[in-house]
Write a protein that binds this ligand. Structure first.
Ligand SMILES: Cc1cc2nc3c(=O)[nH]c(=O)nc-3n(C[C@H](O)[C@H](O)[C@H](O)COP(=O)(O)OP(=O)(O)OC[C@H]3O[C@@H](n4cnc5c(N)ncnc54)[C@H](O)[C@@H]3O)c2cc1C
Ligand code: FES
Ligand code: FES
Length: 464
């Protein structure tokens, strides 16, 4: 049984928990405002808001792609489709879309309205930059993004003076006409609805589902499912004795926006914007990115350079640790036994003065999988000579790689010759193959260029 509130209406359904929320909303609940297009998280036409009750009793809303969201995952949540915003009167976001001519055929418009409403609910700063980032998964074929951005800018201006304290956000947005009044009753109505995670040893672990629902949608319909979003004990980002510890259920967006990342790795806040899009990052997890074992997983490539370790918990609660670079046994093969899960990802806080950089090559800047990617973490002594160096590379072998044998570069200044030698070491280790993202030869070329790009990003004068 899945219990939720769909717009204003309580729902108790026995539908298959592996059914997508998109199918449930359109085909079973007959709410056709949510559009059905790519079904692969690529367009944003199916965007809805999912509000989940937090430990303090508040409800946190996130814009999500409903085509990649299993119904069982939203048990105990408030789901808002465009019908739940109401049509008379229009909400502030809807009105600004009209006033700025930000809709033509209208197919993308419900998704854009919900992404902007999600921005109004969730952005700490309510900045224009955040508003544009919130729209990075919403594709419009006919209006042109300038008018959509104008509407977003007008929204930020209209909300500029509201009290930004998270505890007052709902009432402020109701007063500003962004949300209908019934939202105020939702926190009380959701109380006590969250079910614990269930599932035996053979249950399929579903984290964000953004990979599973693209790769194995039928498996979700036929298997017992264990939804990790219900594991509140795995939802944390905390500093602990020089380590950053991230629970196995933390989403990429929550990690990106966490206080610890903002304090210690502000660069990651920008780099992780290159991972998929906001409506996917709001569900997709770091652990899911690691376990899906894609040779070009962006978060995985970053974590390899940062020296991440995984804590793996077995069915009996027994824990073991493994360095991330030892986790991959071959193409899509990991050191994870049946019944085990990645319960924590941890990595050392970088030493003072350490330099970090991430590079990704893809056809589009946003919402695209890499052809090749790489991250680098470098520490140098007071004389500027390199004392530690970790460099990862994706898309150039069967698994995400940590480049071996870089100790020979220790003791040298990170100048142009250093990065040339790094490129040579990377090319010696790489084993790319021809695939849909490019030929082996192209990827070798990219890999060499990525190493030189690290040099230009970290030491522009020396590496020129
Ligand atoms: C449109 C689109 C764009 C994308 N863009 C990018 C991109 O730019 N960069 C990128 O790297 N990826 C991208 N992806 C791939 C995918 O979204 C990411 O890899 C994502 O991080 C997967 O996380 P998830 O939580 O959704 O995983 P899920 O789909 O829930 O799970 C993936 C696998 O990991 C297992 N699993 C999940 N969590 C755990 C755990 N804690 N312990 C053990 N097993 C676990 C699941 O059982 C499953 O086998 C994209 C996907 C789509 C559909
Ligand atoms: S239908 Fe395209 S993102 Fe869901
Ligand atoms: S208005 Fe037609 S796709 Fe956006």
């Amino acid at each position: 049984m899945t219990n939720l509130i769909l717009n204003e209406k309580p729902i108790h359904t026995e539908e298959n928990p592996g059914l997508t929320l998109l199918e449930f909303v359109r085909d079973i609940s007959c709410l056709s405002g949510t559009k059905d297009a790519c079904r692969e998280g690529e367009c944003g036409a199916c965007t809805v808001l999912v509000g989940s009750r937090q430990a303090d009793g508040s409800v946190a809303y996130k814009a999500c792609a409903s085509c990649l969201l299993p119904l069982g995952d939203i048990d105990g949540c408030h789901v808002v489709t465009v019908e739940g915003l109401g049509a008379e009167p229009l909400t502030l976001v809807q009105r600004l879309i009209v006033e700025h001519s930000a809709s033509q055929c209208g197919f993308c418009t419900p998704g854009i309205v919900l992404s902007l409403t999600g921005f109004a609910l969730g952005s700490a700063t309510l900045s224009y930059e955040d508003a544009v980032n919130a729209l990075d998964g919403n594709i419009c074929r006919c209006t042109g993004y300038a008018s959509i951005r104008n509407a977003a800018r007008a929204l930020c201006e209209a909300l500029g003076k509201i009290d930004k304290a998270p505890g007052r956000r709902l009432e402020q947005l109701v007063a500003a006409g962004v949300l209908p009044r019934y939202f105020l009753s939702i926190p009380g109505r959701l109380a006590g609805q969250v079910a614990p995670a269930a599932g035996g040893k053979t249950a399929v672990l579903v984290a964000g589902g953004t990979d599973l629902l693209v790769q194995k949608p039928e498996q979700l319909l036929e298997s017992e499912l264990c939804f990790l979003s219900r594991r509140r004990d795995l939802d944390y980002v905390r500093e602990d004795k020089g380590l950053l510890r991230v629970g196995g259920a933390v989403t990429i967006e929550d990690f990106r926006n966490s206080a610890a990342v903002q304090r210690h790795f502000p660069a990651l806040t920008a780099d992780l914007l290159l991972h998929s899009s906001a409506i996917l990052r709001n569900k997709a997890t770091l652990a899911g990115n690691i376990v899906n074992a894609s040779p070009i997983g962006d978060a995985t490539i970053i974590l390899l350079a940062l020296g991440a370790n995984l804590t793996i918990t077995g069915e009996n609660g027994k824990k073991r640790e493994i360095p991330l670079d030892k986790f991959y046994l071959g193409y899509k093969k990991t050191d994870l036994a049946c019944g085990e899960l990645v319960s924590e990802i941890s990595f050392p806080l970088p030493p003072k003065g350490a330099r970090y950089n991430f590079e990704k090559v893809s056809n589009r800047t946003i919402l695209d999988i890499a052809a090749a990617n790489s991250a680098l973490l470098l520490a140098a002594g007071p004389d500027g000579a390199v004392t530690a160096l970790r460099v990862s590379a994706g898309g150039v072998g069967p698994v995400p790689m940590l480049l071996p044998g870089l100790e020979k570069l220790h003791g040298r200044k990170p100048d142009a010759a250093f990065f040339q030698d790094l490129a040579a070491a990377a090319l010696a280790a790489a084993k790319p193959i021809d695939d849909i993202r490019g030929s082996a030869e192209y990827k070798r070329l990219l890999l060499g260029q990525l190493m030189l790009a690290h040099g230009r990003a970290l030491a522009p004068a020396e590496a020129a």
